[in-house]
Design a protein around this ligand. Structure first.
Ligand code: 7TS
Length: 431
């Protein structure tokens, strides 16, 4: 198991290259030990040590999560919520325990407010469908921003076709930020919901969601927060934020793929109709009429991924063990270190220059197509993302086709950033 130390290091103490000690020499993040928990990281790719910098797409999994999946299948596997037998009870307990773990992690008032889905995308589709069907009339408006991932655009466009809602899009500043006054200007008597990302998966911008939620509520408008890029980096308390809905994916927070979360205030979830039918979401079924189960089951049709949810619970325990404040501190250091390092490279352009950024850097090198750079970095064992990052409207607004993107997790090191910078320099020379 990983070990995290917060300690005062003696001045001039020699520290392993992979360790980080902050300017005050007060903080040491034991990344070397943490990396031992992630077996995939010690691999070689094309004979070079893997440098995995695509964490915004998906994070790697610690052994405790991998082992939890094996443990569930090896010891308690049975379908949940419906069996009287022992294994079914154990699997149900495990799934419901995971729901409580998620509830505590985000500070929700009740575990009824935690709906398990397949991912952030499915969570937004659920809200878009249920909310628009029950709350919107033709001509009603939903506010989105220019920096949204397609997962927070297309579900609303589908509803646009079905229910006749209209979409209003908040523009961005030069630095890639949202201004409250631009949001306020779009609010009208027809605005039904504001749906926006907490952190941009391209720009890294951390949006001022506290103020935006307050603004929405001043006009009686509920707010949905897409926390797919923040839940693994920033401590979130949904009650303190007072957001109405929040979504995120397990696989971006060191948990398994195929599991996601929708948080909704109980008052809202009670009001909304089910999204899908079948399985445990019913109270009683006849051909004449079906009544629905209580929360959270009303929104969980079919057999849930109880193995995945249990493993997500384990991932959350892993994150909490390190501590989100420590994670944030260390990742902020990595972001600053990488920004400084990359800016030393000739013709480097960093896309997204907000003062408040998460550990994501999108960049371009003049004269080199991002795809070519990405392919050549791959041959050096460096995994970065290239392309539009499922944010084509943002690319259009920026007037570019795509970017390269390096995104950091707490298991990344300064040394890996050095390797990235050297790799880019090497490719630049080849061109
Ligand atoms: N919202 C944001 C802000 C995201 O970055 C992503 C995925 C999603 C929603 C959808 O998450 P999913 O787990 O349901 O697919 N973002 C990325 C990315 O930046 N590169 O690959 C996936």
């Amino acid at each position: 198991m990983m070990c995290i130390m917060l300690c005062r290091a003696a001045a001039n103490t020699e520290v392993d290259l992979t360790f980080y000690s902050c300017a005050m020499n007060e903080f040491i993040f034991d990344v070397k030990n943490i990396r031992k928990d992630f077996p995939i990281l010690s691999q070689e790719i094309y004979g070079k040590p893997l440098v995995y910098l695509d964490n915004a797409a998906t994070t790697q999994k610690p052994l405790s999560v991998i082992r939890k999946i094996e443990e569930v299948y090896s010891t308690i596997n049975a379908n949940i919520h419906r069996g009287v037998h022992r294994l079914s009870q154990l699997a149900t307990e495990s799934h419901e325990e995971a729901r409580k773990t998620v509830q505590n992690y985000i500070g929700a008032a009740s575990s009824k407010e935690i709906i398990f889905t397949r991912g952030a995308t499915e969570s937004i589709n659920l809200i878009a469908a249920s909310f628009c069907r029950s709350q919107c009339k033709p001509g009603d408006e939903i506010i989105l921003t220019t920096m949204e991932h397609h997962a927070n655009i297309i579900p609303w466009q589908i509803q646009q076709d079905i229910t006749g809602i209209e979409l209003k899009i908040v523009p961005l500043t030069e630095a890639g930020e949202i201004r409250l006054e631009d949001v306020e200007e779009l609010i009208s008597s027809r605005t039904k919901l504001i749906s926006l990302t907490h952190v941009s998966n391209v720009l890294g911008t951390i949006n001022p969601i506290e103020e935006l939620i307050r603004l929405g509520h001043n006009y009686n408008i509920p707010v949905l927060i897409d926390a797919a890029q923040s839940i693994q980096h920033i401590s979130i308390d949904v009650q303190a934020l007072d957001c109405d809905f929040m979504v995120f994916s397990s696989h971006k927070m060191y948990g398994p793929t195929g599991v996601g979360v929708l948080y909704g205030k109980e008052t809202w979830l009670d009001k909304l109709p089910p999204y899908q039918g079948g399985g445990e979401m019913i109270a009683h079924v006849t051909f004449a009429k079906t009544t629905f189960n209580e929360l959270p089951f009303k929104f969980e049709a079919g057999t849930p991924d109880y193995v995945g949810t249990t493993a997500l619970g384990e991932a959350i325990r892993y994150i909490k063990n390190i501590g989100l404040d420590n994670i944030r501190h260390y990742e902020t250091h990595l972001l600053q270190y990488a920004t400084k390092k990359l800016l030393q490279i000739e013709n480097m352009q960093i896309i997204g220059t907000s003062e408040r950024k998460s550990s994501v850097i999108s960049f371009l090198i003049k004269g080199i197509h991002p795809y070519d750079m990405g392919m050549l970095l791959d041959r050096l064992g460096i995994a970065v993302r290239t392309g539009h990052h499922c944010a084509q409207p943002l690319m259009d607004a920026l007037g570019i086709e795509g970017t390269l993107r390096a995104s950091f997790a707490f298991y990344n090191t300064e040394k890996e950033i050095d390797i990235l910078a050297e790799g880019i320099e090497r490719v630049v020379k080849m061109f």
